[in-house]
Design a protein around this ligand. Structure first.
Ligand SMILES: [Zn+2]
Length: 251
């Protein structure tokens, strides 16, 4: 072995060990995860351009449930989903048919996950590594299926900040669930709870959501939420980006 080659190997081993020893960055105060459920057309036409303008990350949780297949006026097309991915946003899994996982057996949950994973692969989108529970229903069986398929983070329902010290990352809670009656004051309280190692995970549906008015967010109100994130200096990321701060435990 030449001296040069040995030096080359040694320096690379050294770099590798330094890299491996690098600790995860500290969770900053004001760390906010934005999530958007149900494949609503306004995610591509209104939400993404606004977030992009501010350099904010977000996850779009895709399901082919509801009228996704028939109604291409109100639901995203796969071409739009592909573009969201190309624009740097995360595409997450929200299951094939939007069934409550608490009513399903492991094999059915697995098949519904695989369906969206395959559609992603067909469209050149990375296989999702994060999930949101349809209708916020969870089950231990579903959590185990997600774990076995290599999912890192899954958002359930609730109304409190995510505390990685106590919460399972595969049933993590949301701090704010945008509804028609939600207020900017409530939003401010939610994002202010993202401190001391805790993370505010925010749920939206359509902005607007014509087909599901009970989860509608008015676009003007959404602009105020986004302005507040900017004003308060939040770090706004997609769910998958949590892996940077919360590396998986060594196996
Ligand atoms: Zn949903």
């Amino acid at each position: 072995m030449s001296h040069c080659f040995r030096l080359f190997v040694f320096s690379h081993l050294l770099l590798l060990s330094l890299w491996a020893a690098e600790p995860a960055p500290k969770i900053p105060d004001g760390l906010v995860v934005l999530t958007f459920d149900d494949s609503v057309a306004s995610h591509a036409t209104f939400v993404a351009p606004l977030l992009k303008k501010h350099g904010f990350g977000a996850t779009f949780y895709i399901t082919e449930g509801f009228e996704f297949v028939q109604d291409k006026e109100h639901y995203l097309t796969w071409a739009q989903i592909k573009q969201l991915n190309a624009d740097g946003f995360e595409i997450g899994n929200h299951t094939r048919a939007h069934k409550g996982v608490n009513t399903q057996k492991a094999a059915e949950i697995d098949a519904d996950l695989v369906h969206i994973e395959k559609r992603c692969t067909e469209n050149g989108i990375p296989v999702p590594t994060t999930f949101s529970y349809p209708g916020y229903a969870t089950s231990p069986v579903a959590t185990e299926v997600l774990r076995a398929r290599g999912y890192r983070f899954a958002r359930a329902g609730g109304a409190r900040v995510f505390d990685p010290a106590v919460d399972d990352p595969l049933t993590l809670p949301q701090a704010f669930d945008s509804k028609p009656a939600s207020t900017l004051e409530q939003f401010k309280v939610a994002i202010a709870s993202a401190r001391d190692g805790k993370i505010a995970v925010i749920t939206f549906h359509g902005v607007p959501d014509i087909r599901h008015p009970w989860v509608n967010t008015d676009p003007v109100k959404f602009e105020a939420y986004v302005a507040e994130l900017k004003r308060s200096g939040c770090t706004v990321i997609a769910m998958r980006d949590l892996a940077r701060y919360l590396p998986s435990p060594k196996k």
